[in-house]
Design a protein around this ligand. Sequence first.
Ligand SMILES: Nc1nc2c(c(=O)[nH]1)N[C@H]1C(S)=C(S)[C@@H](COP(=O)(O)O)O[C@H]1N2
Ligand SMILES: [Mo]
Length: 560
Amino acid sequence: MTEPKPDEWLLEQGLEPAKLGLRNQSDVKINLDSPQTADPNETELQLRENAEEDDPTFVVQEERPGWHGYVEWEDYPDKKAKAHKRFLRYKFPPPPEFQLGPIPPTNPVLEGVRWKLWHKAIGGALENVPEESWETVLKEKHSGMLHLLQFPYNGEPPKGLLINDPITPNELHFVRNHGGIPAIDPSAFDLRLDGLVNNPQKLTLADLQDESKFPRVSRLVTIQCSGTRRFEQIQEFAGEGDEMINAPWAEGAISTALWTGVSLKKVIKYCGGLKDGGKHLELYGADSYFKGGELMNYVVSVPWSKVKANEVLLAWEMNGKPLPKIHGAPLRAVVMGYIGARSVKWLYRIKAIDTPSRAPVQSREYLYFQQQYGKHNQLPHLGIQIQEMPVSSAIMTPWQKEVVVHNGHIEVTGWAYSGGGRWPERVEVSADGGRVWYMVPVENMSAKHKWTWRAWSVSVPCDHEGWTELVVRCWDNSLNTQPMEVRQSWNWGLHVTSSCHRIKIYSVNVSREATRKRLAEFEARKESFLPISRPTEFRTQTLEEYNKVWEKLEPRDVDD
Ligand SMILES: Nc1nc2c(c(=O)[nH]1)N[C@H]1C(S)=C(S)[C@@H](COP(=O)(O)O)O[C@H]1N2
Ligand SMILES: [Mo]
């Protein structure tokens, strides 16, 4: 018998799962020597031992004048190959363990050291991309943003600011980037349309804004990242998320804006329509993205049927203002009711193709897996490509584990959303973990639109005291509703947390006379009621009071 280590009980109880070993009950040999070569705390670029020489004259350059931060990869396979070779010369630290280990209490929560080093390793036009990205964040976003990942920048508004206005102010709109933030001069911009279109075109911003060519449209649209509320999945069952240092999104990777631009359908028509076999439109973003040591532009696709229904906008305005750089200036796609990942920012090319895009963002990320396949068996073709987002909702107040002192009714606020052109029709809140549900009065829900969320508030009866769970669920206009527990819709990829949002609160109901009196006592003694875990120094009952009760009652034990 080996002596247990002094802190082994922390492992026994799963309190430090990142340090927990592997219990091998099979006859398969499993190598547990970490293959890691780089120091996890290293922040400087390090060459690999015996690093192969690459082409020292290879310098990554920007593609076009007036297009700062744009490197074209898709047109130049040679350049991609050289960049990959350069990449292989270096070793990079592993991502920080924040899923099984503790989440940093800082803001930015995660820094993205690996991503920063990847850019430094390639150098040239990518050298200063991480610093410039952060400067843009500080310039364009609200100072209260929760920066989940500094680079590539991923940030969401805090709960207290998310639903103040059902139309999110630009500076509070969440941001999800896979790389840097290009700065493209609108007067130097054009959009290339090619592939299976009858007349390939290049259209300037002025062309797109020419109302004699294209009718201008404005639509209120909610964009939701499929990572929204990933935090709940991480907490219960950590998984991989994106193949990157993923953002531990809370409830704020969703926002709503009035987008102005033109329908992509009209632009395709202007190109003479699609050639035979053209079924999907591949959208190209000017930012550079790293995936598995390869460099590429951000590329995804949407089906023609979606475009044909006028559900894809090419937008240059956000809430009546020019599109901010961080949200894709000068031009972005807004794909209504789909996962945010299809709403390509810094859109510079649209290519008509015959199948959904084979680019990694479309084919290897943003997948919805069957939960019982192990991580070792997760083949991309087994994941459903996430397109329309399901119905979901979240509680913004109260907060997780808050002590709520109330008059018998708890005030609860939140948002509700459904993708695919469905909308929240009813929102219900439970104060008992999901047995009894109270309907949010329709007058307490923000306006109904086909493509947007609704903010809501409700006063829910809660008689009981102590720990309880507030739960929200939404019914959309197709009567779809949400699974009750995270486990029921858990996805190894940590996308689409559509289960009912649950908030544990400690209820203190002052409509009870005894509670009111007791709280007054705390007040008179200038004693803090919090934390609830601390023993109270003054008693609820004196010995005299206790004895008095027993004068009227049967004794505790009987002997006849
Ligand atoms: N070019 C480009 N477009 C992009 C992305 C990106 O990294 N690069 N991220 C996508 C993802 S995953 C989401 S959720 C939305 C977020 O849009 P927002 O940052 O304007 O909120 O942009 C999408 N469009
Ligand atoms: Mo996303």
